[in-house]
Structures are given as C-alpha cells and as structure tokens.
Design a protein around this ligand. Structure first.
Ligand SMILES: [Zn+2]
Length: 205
C-alpha cells in the first residue's frame, strides 16, 4: 500500500498525531490491516497466516472512537510482534506480549497522542496490561468519554434492568446474569448468548 492511501484510510479512525508512527510500522512489516464492522464480543484480533489468508492479519472494529481504535490496534500490533519474534510458541497475553505492548505504546504516549486524563489512566494500565484493555474499568470509563454517538437513549449496560431488552450494535439483546465485569445477554435474533461488558453503551428500547 502507498503511504498516501494508508493516511487517507487510517485518518478516519485514529488521532492524526499517531499516523506517521503507524505508517512506519505497516511500511516495515508484512501484515495486513482490516477494519471491520463492529463485533459484539471483541474489539480486534490478530490472526496467523492460514490457507485462506497467506499474510498475518490484524482486524479492528471500525466503530470504535479514535483512542479506543488506536489502543486496540497497538494491542494487536504487539501480538504480531510476538508472532514475528517467536512464531506460535508463546501464550497470547504472556510476558512477551506484555513487553511488546509496552514497547509499542511508549512512543505514542510520550509524543502526546492521548489527551489527559486518558494519558495518565492509560500509563497506569500499561504497567501491567491485561488481555482485554476494556476489562480495566478506569480505562474504559475514560475511553467512553470520547464515544461519538451518545444520545439520550444511550446508557451503560449495567443500568439496564435484568431481563429487559436493549439494542447494541444494531441487534436486540435480552440482559441476563452478571459474570464478573460482563453480563450474559441473549441475541433475540438467533438465541445465541454473548457476554457484553457492563460499561458497553447500549440503547434503551
Ligand atoms: Zn489480545
């Protein structure tokens, strides 16, 4: 991909001040980036090459706000780096990944890409990053402040009464029991169950 094309696409999703560093990474590594529709159970992922896709691939949900998108992208870049250095032998969120994530994030934090108070909260998170960035309640509350489409009908899933229906990412769910930081919810379209973060922004219906 040419730099001009990369900049044109990625600038819709990440803070402008992060783009040149991201381009440097994608220009110097053989990895595919796919921006996807919003998935209920994950924000992004990293996939090894397989018979269908011969390149390693990073995917990120396109509906995330610019800071959530960037943090998710850096999380997945760290998975790529572990894959590149060790191939398949390391645990997905083990010590190698934590180190790779910290090394990936530092230049972005230090160049002022994240506004306060997000920068401070993210720095704290990065001292011992977890498998899911969004399971850190402090960080998630901070990231939610930057969400685009908040209206009067929008609320946190934790504020919906149990057994009530709500809309999330264009689908209707019924709220069920709590499981640590998430709620078990039933997709009314196909009866599949998903665990959704207690702080997910959902629509009252
Ligand atoms: Zn991960």
């Amino acid at each position: 991909m040419q730099e001009v094309n990369f900049v044109q696409i990625i600038s819709k999703y990440v803070p402008i001040s992060s783009i040149s560093k991201l381009w440097y990474f994608f220009d110097n590594n053989i990895v595919d980036l796919k921006i996807t529709r919003d998935r209920v159970t994950k924000y992004g992922d990293f996939r090894h090459p397989n018979p269908v896709n011969s390149m390693p691939r990073i995917t990120v949900n396109g509906g995330l706000n610019q800071y959530s998108f960037l943090i998710t992208l850096l999380h997945e870049i760290a998975h790529y780096k572990v894959y590149n250095d060790y191939n398949k032998t390391k645990k997905p969120h083990g010590i190698e990944w934590k180190k790779a994530f910290q090394q990936t994030v530092v230049p972005f934090i230090n160049s002022g890409v994240f506004p306060q108070p997000l920068e401070g909260v993210f720095r704290q998170h990065m001292q011992n990053p977890r498998a899911s960035t969004h399971s850190d309640i402090n960080l998630l509350r901070c990231l939610n402040l930057y969400d685009k489409s908040i209206n009067n009908n929008t609320t946190n899933l934790e504020d919906i009464p149990n057994g009530e229906k709500f809309a999330f990412k264009g689908r209707v769910f019924e709220k069920g029991e709590k499981r640590r930081t998430r709620f078990m919810c039933k997709d009314m379209n196909n009866n599949n169950k998903y665990t959704i973060n207690a702080l997910a922004k959902v629509e009252k219906i």
